[in-house]
Design a protein around this ligand. Sequence first.
Ligand code: NAP
Length: 282
Amino acid sequence: MTAKIIDGKAVSAAIRVELRERIAKLKSRGVVPGLAVIMVGGNPASAVYVRNKIRACEEVGIKSLRYDFAADARPEDVLDLITALNARPDVHGILVQLPLPPHFAISSILQTISADKDVDGFHLYNVGGLVVGDTVFPPCTPYGVVKLLEHESIPIEGRNVVVVGASNIVGKPMALMLMQRDATVCICHAKTRDLAQFTILADILVVAAGQPNLILPQMVKTGAVVIDVGINRLPGGKLVGDVDFSGVAEKASYITPVPGGVGPMTVTMLLANTVVSAERSI
Ligand code: NAP
């Protein structure tokens, strides 16, 4: 079997066409969706992500406001900015690019963002909504994965799903979102013993561990759908996921490439959440 490659760029472009239409409607009613992006310190990877988000906003007609703080900034100053942005009617989404410098308490920053403007979906209110199946802002990366599965008409109900990675940003919300769609979900992490005994059972395997070549062909069931969330830069500079792409593509029915799979979807779902927030404001 040779897998169909799921083209995240194409799915993302199709969603952005629909978002542009919704943004035009909002503008005709006097509302320009606005996203505030806060970055602290000069982490080069974060700088690239922030630039991509700002560019994506411009492309679809979302107004972006960028705030840069030095790495030694006082957390109080960032909290004050968030409080001011919470009160601004022209700002519909606020995101703080992670990671933050070690002297920041991430939870206090995330909990200060108004739950109504939490377009990353990290506020406890939105996390709770996800747990009970009443989500307003699904976290962007797992949301993007669900959209890819939907776009390919891949059934989720009743399927065995294995999620490798249990972070608050990707693995855990991914598992919850697929459980809500009536999959049978197993979550694996770094302390899982014999990862392969779980992955081999997966009809849908989502991998978000940040470990190149973690998933080899012998760990994958023939015909499985394999979604590679991982982004790893190899010493030579090449960008790869967590899955041995060429080997696993011979066994899977569908596979996402890195780059060009989940990555573009993450930014697009951030735009989608910002548009939803603007629509909820009127
Ligand atoms: P993270 O916070 O470092 O979490 C990694 C998770 O993977 C942890 O739960 C860890 O287990 C688990 N893990 C690590 N090594 C493992 C192994 N050998 N076997 C099984 N599980 C293992 O990372 P993250 O933020 O979730 O991101 C994961 C990857 O996705 C990274 O490569 C990141 O760059 C990428 N990512 C991509 C996008 C995108 O848009 N495509 C967005 C976000 C993240 P423990 O909990 O036991 O430590």
